[in-house]
Design a protein around this ligand. Structure first.
Ligand code: FE
Length: 193
């Protein structure tokens, strides 16, 4: 069979695998999973509900910003917002289209949104996530929340956020990074077309 992946797609996928290889074992901000485990769990949850490939890739790469910066894992405890969603989205926009970039950029805003509209959501956040929420601006106001619902990628951002929040289960079995690499190839191809 002919390999239909272009050198560009292969390069993007290789780059992602390398990033997880070199930085993926770091702790996921005060949670009991590594960055790699967190990413794989988020992508698995997206795949389980038949999300579009772009959202599966966005879920896998939503915290890529954490793999790109050199701030300590406990930055929030030091009062530092690492702005990883912006860092990640800027990296992704050179490699993917808006179906991947927008939900990643908005996944912090989606947390602020859900805290505003669902009191139980705020209660259910892990302690590290509640701490970073304060640094990220706290829950949205009613006006901000209403405006957020009009964003074209609103639904994808909220779905990603829920996969993200669930993806903190110690020792949960997931497919491998290589399994999700197929989606990266496909999405990089589609969004270039
Ligand atoms: Fe996350």
């Amino acid at each position: 069979m002919i390999d239909e992946n272009t050198p560009r797609q292969q390069a993007i996928t290789a780059e992602v695998l390398r990033l997880f290889d070199t930085r993926g074992d770091s702790e996921y901000g005060g949670e009991a999973v590594t960055q790699r485990e967190h990413a794989l769990q988020a992508a698995m949850f997206a795949e389980q509900v038949s999300s579009p490939p772009s959202l599966i890739v966005a879920s896998l790469l939503h915290d890529v910003g954490h793999l790109l910066h050199r701030l300590p894992n406990d930055a929030p405890e030091q009062g530092i917002d690492d702005r990883h969603e912006t860092l990640g989205a800027n990296w992704l926009k050179h490699r993917f289209g808006p179906g991947v970039v927008a939900p990643v950029l908005l996944h912090v805003a989606a947390k602020r949104y859900l805290c505003a509209i669902e009191p139980a959501y705020h209660e259910g956040l892990s302690a590290p996530s509640r701490l970073s929420l304060e640094l990220q601006g706290g829950p949205m106001s009613a006006a901000e929340a209403a405006e957020f619902t009009r964003h074209p990628h609103f639904e994808a951002a909220v779905s990603l956020r829920r996969f993200d929040d669930s993806a903190k289960v110690p020792k949960l079995a997931t497919p491998s990074l290589e399994h999700f690499a197929n989606y990266i190839d496909r999405v990089a191809a589609e969004e270039q077309a």
